[in-house]
Design a protein around this ligand. Structure first.
Ligand code: 3PG
Length: 207
């Protein structure tokens, strides 16, 4: 799968913090049953790497990526764990190189034109705009289109459900990320029905 194929399946990407490995399978089912196809686990919990395989076996139709990669070794670890795409909050040179070396679709995180141009030098033409709402939101994405029209964006960070439509209406936005679909408390509270309902509303943005 290349980045274009990934983005064709992605609309709203739930950003997930899985604290207990036993939550990974029911969470995957809840999201897939709601109609979502692409999900992002985050490398913020001890069981995150193991959760990739758990989610894939419970819902093979899901594309499971790993986010919050901060160091070069995180890229290799995530690829080994079976992550199908990679996401980062920022973009250092060593991380960008390691991401490129995996050959996996990747959304490196940037918040300025210079960072975006650096990531482009490593071949990344789809990028995460983070933290989106604090860094300029919809207006930033509109404005960056002038000079950097060849980048497709996945804004993420502080995007509430009622803001999604505004971002998705922009033709340089491929998808948006958000934790509201399956918050940490909804996951630990095992609110699978509520998560499926949120996923269903998010999946309505699938094209
Ligand atoms: C993140 O990396 O935490 C994501 O961008 C999600 O942000 P959110 O929790 O503000 O939706």
């Amino acid at each position: 799968m290349n980045t274009e194929e990934l983005l064709a399946q992605a609309s709203v990407i739930p950003v997930l913090e899985v604290v207990s490995l036993s939550d990974a399978a029911p969470l995957a089912r809840a999201l897939a049953d709601g109609g979502l196809r692409v999900v992002e686990l985050t490398l913020r919990t001890d069981c995150a790497l193991e959760a990739v395989a758990e989610m894939k076996s419970a819902a093979p139709e899901l594309i499971v990526g790993m986010g919050t990669l901060r160091q070069a070794e995180d890229a290799e670890k995530s690829a080994k764990a079976g992550a199908e795409f990679l996401v980062t909050p920022g973009a250092t040179a060593s991380l960008l190189k390691a991401l490129a070396d995996t050959g996996l679709p990747t959304l490196p995180g940037v918040a300025t034109a210079s960072e975006a141009m650096t990531a482009m030098e490593y071949g990344f033409n789809a990028q995460k705009f983070f933290p989106a709402e604090l860094s300029g939101g919809v207006a930033w994405v509109k404005s960056i289109k002038g000079p950097l029209a060849d980048i497709m964006w996945c804004p993420s960070g502080g995007i509430a459900e009622d803001k999604v439509a505004e971002y998705m209406a922009l033709d340089n936005v491929a998808c948006v990320g958000g934790s509201w679909i399956a918050s940490r408390s909804a996951i630990s509270g095992k609110d699978w029905a509520g998560i499926t309902e949120n996923a269903r509303r998010a999946a309505a943005f699938n094209t």
